[in-house]
Ligand binder design. Sequence first.
Ligand SMILES: *[C@@H]1O[C@H](CO)[C@@H](O)[C@H](O)[C@H]1NC(C)=O
Ligand SMILES: *[C@@H]1O[C@H](CO)[C@@H](O)[C@H](O)[C@H]1NC(C)=O
Ligand SMILES: *[C@@H]1O[C@H](CO)[C@@H](O)[C@H](O)[C@H]1NC(C)=O
Ligand SMILES: *[C@@H]1O[C@H](CO)[C@@H](O)[C@H](O)[C@H]1NC(C)=O
Ligand SMILES: *[C@@H]1O[C@H](CO)[C@@H](O)[C@H](O)[C@H]1NC(C)=O
Ligand SMILES: *[C@@H]1O[C@H](CO)[C@@H](O)[C@H](O)[C@H]1NC(C)=O
Ligand SMILES: *[C@@H]1O[C@H](CO)[C@@H](O)[C@H](O)[C@H]1NC(C)=O
Ligand SMILES: *[C@@H]1O[C@H](CO)[C@@H](O)[C@H](O)[C@H]1NC(C)=O
Ligand SMILES: *[C@@H]1O[C@H](CO)[C@@H](O)[C@H](O)[C@H]1NC(C)=O
Length: 820
Amino acid sequence: MVSFFFTLFFFLFIHGSSAVDTISANFTLSGDQTITSAGGTFEMGFFKPGPSSNFYIGMWYKQLSKTILWVANRDKPVNDKNTSVLKISNGNLILLDGKNQTPVWSTGLNSSVSSLKAVLQDDGNLVLRVSNDSNVLWQSFDHPGNTWLPGVKIRLDRLTGKTQRLISWKNPEDPSPGLFSLELDKSTAYKILWNGSNEYWSSGPWNPQTQIFDSVPEMRLNYIYNFSFFSNATESYFTYSIYSNLTVSRFVMDVSGQIKQFTWIDNTKQWNLFWSQPRQQCQVYRYCGSFGICSEKSQPFCRCPQGFRPKSQKDWDLNDYSAGCVRRTELQCSNGDINKFLPLLDMKLADESELLTRTSLSICASACQGNCSCVAYAHNEGLNQCLVWSKDVLNLQKLEEDNNEGNTFYLRLAASDIPKGPSGNSKSNKAMIFGAVIGSLGVIVLVLLVVILVLRYRRRKRMGGENSDGTLAAFSYRELQNATKNFSEKLGGGGFGSVFKGALPDSSDIAVKRLEGISQGEKQFRTEVVTIGTIQHVNLVRLRGFCSEGNKKLLVYDYMPNGSLDSHLFLNQNEEKIVLEWKLRYQIALGTARGLAYLHDECRDCIIHCDIKPENILLDSQFCPKVADFGLAKLVGRDFSRVLTTMRGTRGYLAPEWISGVAITAKADVYSFGMMLLEIVSGRRNTEQSENEKVKFFPSWAATILTKDGNIRLLLDPRLEGNDVVDIEELMRACKVACWCIQDEESHRPTMSQVVQILEGVLEVNLPPFPRSIQALVDTNEDVVFFTESSSSSSHTSSQKQSHSSSSSSKKSTNNNSSA
Ligand SMILES: *[C@@H]1O[C@H](CO)[C@@H](O)[C@H](O)[C@H]1NC(C)=O
Ligand SMILES: *[C@@H]1O[C@H](CO)[C@@H](O)[C@H](O)[C@H]1NC(C)=O
Ligand SMILES: *[C@@H]1O[C@H](CO)[C@@H](O)[C@H](O)[C@H]1NC(C)=O
Ligand SMILES: *[C@@H]1O[C@H](CO)[C@@H](O)[C@H](O)[C@H]1NC(C)=O
Ligand SMILES: *[C@@H]1O[C@H](CO)[C@@H](O)[C@H](O)[C@H]1NC(C)=O
Ligand SMILES: *[C@@H]1O[C@H](CO)[C@@H](O)[C@H](O)[C@H]1NC(C)=O
Ligand SMILES: *[C@@H]1O[C@H](CO)[C@@H](O)[C@H](O)[C@H]1NC(C)=O
Ligand SMILES: *[C@@H]1O[C@H](CO)[C@@H](O)[C@H](O)[C@H]1NC(C)=O
Ligand SMILES: *[C@@H]1O[C@H](CO)[C@@H](O)[C@H](O)[C@H]1NC(C)=O
């Protein structure tokens, strides 16, 4: 007995604590046992994704949150992990279920080899091989589930045309194959399919020159993955590796029908969604199923129309909407029984309609009403087309109000499911008359109500109170004059005009910018403003509206109660403001970087801000940073001299290429951001003279300390000294990235999205080289005047130092100085 317990203990001890990475004749997997890859990265064992007692053999990251990467028995769960066992048997790795030991999953080989072993490798590959041999008989990398790990090949067999698919889970609690899959097609494009057939997204073909997929231009910005394509007569495949072994990342064919790329953020211990396609949830084919209505603005994205309910509430609750909606009341379509049509406004119409051309709305309506198998109709006014649906209604999407593409969609419902409203026909004449009277009264009241509502809505919209949907409000000059009490409270005078505080009648605060020097025509101005209005991001100041009356051009923004960053950063001795804590500074830098990355990469056209400085970083009530004044450089015109003139006093942030006169790219913003980041760290102007002789020009001093690996703490704002909360790691990262940003060569500067990644700690960054132009300044040992306002000759000298300097641009900058 004692020896039995001893052996049991011994057994548990051996297999419980020492990390085994192999299933062999000697070791089987059951209960809570797991195997762990040699490097400790991956772990395998039984897991249970939901509340039911369905167990699966799965693989996950041992260290990170338990994210399942691969499942063996995807659609054949076992009920009891204690009696089920994963073991080597009959030349295979097999999973036996419960007391009867029925096989539920197997590697399916025909080999008769006896001494097999299955090893979980440190790349996440489970490999089956003969014990004394290195030949691989079977590997999990050849049978991916929903996750594409580095090293996995998503293949196309060119002889048989068979593809290997990444297939989504059915729902978050059921790993069995769902409806969405990713595969490689013959044209070297990846496509996402619904139910293995309907394609709703494609990466476009692989371009061997640029090494990106044609329809995924954002891959240009990729610096994490090394994608490679292989093709010969028998097979083609893509695979990828990750440049830095510090980055953990995975691609997943998600239950949402989107392919998603996540990277692990160690600081927050969370997966960060890095990229996904299709961008819009409603672009996923049949996402909401039959009769389901998809809307980007609602949460959840799917809902059933009136008179319908989810076909399976259980699936619906698990975010699996594919079963769609069913009628609450079945249609009775015999004579005399009348169905009604429910109008749904602003709909993007469903697929699979029939087209009855050239008919008016009324003919369209009666055509559908008179045919019992017609379930819905819609009329396109512009084309004078009538569309009717007779079967399922799929991919119905609710668009935002005020869009131009929406249509009214009329859906047939049993009369009893139609919400109140005037009733239809009745047997009794009296009732009919009564109904008619009540009905017309109802109609009159309804019309009045609608008119009032529309008027109120318009008014509110004009007053900018209700445009959270992104539409811009057009204000009259008088309205803004009233709102700002005749421009009495000036908030500041930026490069493009003065800013005033105001309040709308709904008592929301606004900031009104009176633009100066706009020479654009009315139409062009409006186009630009509307473009700016569509750019929305949590780190960008939101444009609410504008006014354009002749020369009077004004922009209306959200008011930011905490003002601009400079007022918190550069404090006068006698100012009684609280010093910004390090954490907050870091968050401000990160938020600003995110806002800029959005401007550079995510908008339809890359928007170069051209004027990044602390004055243009505003802080909301939570001290969340918002970049202001974006898009204005374009509004004023890309003309070089013009921009320089409008940016008097901000040249401490200007990249060398501004002076040298070459074309300006987004990297100019990166330079300015780097300069500003140094100021955020040091809490003082870069150009400010210091009593300390060594610190003539702060950026050069910072670069010296960094590149010589000196005491990084010296760069920190003295007011944060002795402050334990300063994270030296973060300080180092911020200084390094700032120094990379201010490199002379544009190509040496990171992109804004790389800056974001570095600040997030996702991307490691090396020590930067010393920026050359700053080096030159230190060497010449003259007073440091590079890009400062102080003297015209110095600006001239520095521009001559630039090899590409164009005489016209340097003249212009000299002119500015003399006029200033
Ligand atoms: C399995 O056990 C036998 C003897 O019990 C031993 O010789 C062999 O090395 C073991 N194999 C593994 C893979 O541990
Ligand atoms: C499996 O065994 C563990 C202990 O070894 C026990 O706690 C658990 O309840 C068992 N599970 C089932 C389903 O019997
Ligand atoms: C295994 O053998 C069976 C019949 O013996 C055959 O039908 C099957 O295709 C073979 N499988 C493989 C993977 O070779
Ligand atoms: C592996 O061992 C088997 C017998 O156990 C033997 O037949 C085979 O030749 C060995 N293979 C290698 C590569 O040594
Ligand atoms: C998916 O396609 C299969 C045939 O390929 C079909 O039997 C099945 O009903 C389809 N699923 C749905 C949800 O339509
Ligand atoms: C990218 O991957 C390819 C193929 O795996 C390899 O040859 C190449 O060296 C890799 N490039 C880098 C920069 O790691
Ligand atoms: C194609 O490449 C694979 C290995 O990647 C190889 O096994 C196969 O023989 C090659 N086919 C041809 C026709 O060269
Ligand atoms: C990452 O790679 C570097 C060099 O390539 C190596 O020294 C280091 O050990 C690796 N780290 C891990 C966790 O594999
Ligand atoms: C009713 O609509 C169905 C489907 O659109 C069509 O096939 C059928 O011919 C129509 N019946 C009549 C009487 O128009």
